[in-house]
Design a protein around this ligand. Sequence first.
Ligand code: NAP
Length: 246
Amino acid sequence: MSERKAAIVTGASRGIGRATAVRLAKMGMDIVFTYNSGSEAAEETKALCEAEGARVLAVQADVSKSENCDELVAKTLEFCGRIDVLVNNAGITRDGLIIRMTDEQFDQVIDTNLNGAFYMMRAVSKQMMKQRCGRIINISSVVGVMGNAGQVNYAASKAGIIGMTKSLARELASRKVTVNAIAPGMIATDMTAVMSDKAKEAMKAAIPVGEMGKPEDIAAAVAFLASEDAGYITGQVICVDGGMAI
Ligand code: NAP
């Protein structure tokens, strides 16, 4: 096995995924990351990680397709020979009140956010069990903990991620593989940029620290869970939300 650790980060062409990939590169890991449609943005992420000294492989993959996830893991093993960290970050929203929410809006969010995390966890588990070490870090949401009007699809996917995290943590604990979730609050990325000013102000009012978080705030929590210091933590949900879920 190579001396350098290897991390997979899904959906790292921008936002929280990019900040996470760069942070793990800074920790000395090689990075395999995915993007779905943003090939130019992916090039920027790649350059930022390489500037931290990492070997980097950027892979176009739709995590809602199980074959894409299996191929991604095979490519990672070819490139790095090992998988130390998986960060399931890729996610989408298709918001709407339930009376107007279409089957398609519901299914798209579940397919990407929940099924995608499942396909990736299944694909890396065998390798991590064989290695007898590994860290799986799932990006959930404060919405999965508290719910949010207009987001039954998203809340279902993010609460589902918490259930999968706790279940897999129990399955893999004896193999020294930890599985945890991070529940971000309101983080300034493209995902939240589309909200109206009125909605943003209402959200801000619900944040005890009084301001939105940055992608780097989430990346720092991922870095901790991926570090040696977090080896005895598994099956947990860490809210990084300025106090929203208190
Ligand atoms: P973002 O800026 O919208 O970025 C989403 C990323 O996911 C992009 O890299 C995108 O790739 C990728 N992606 C989307 N669909 C994909 C698919 N089917 N297959 C592979 N990749 C896909 O989002 P973000 O705000 O950074 O959010 C990252 C994660 O944090 C998500 O899971 C989100 O639910 C969660 N989260 C965010 C907030 C927040 O306030 N921002 C709060 C709680 C939780 P392309 O651009 O290449 O298509």
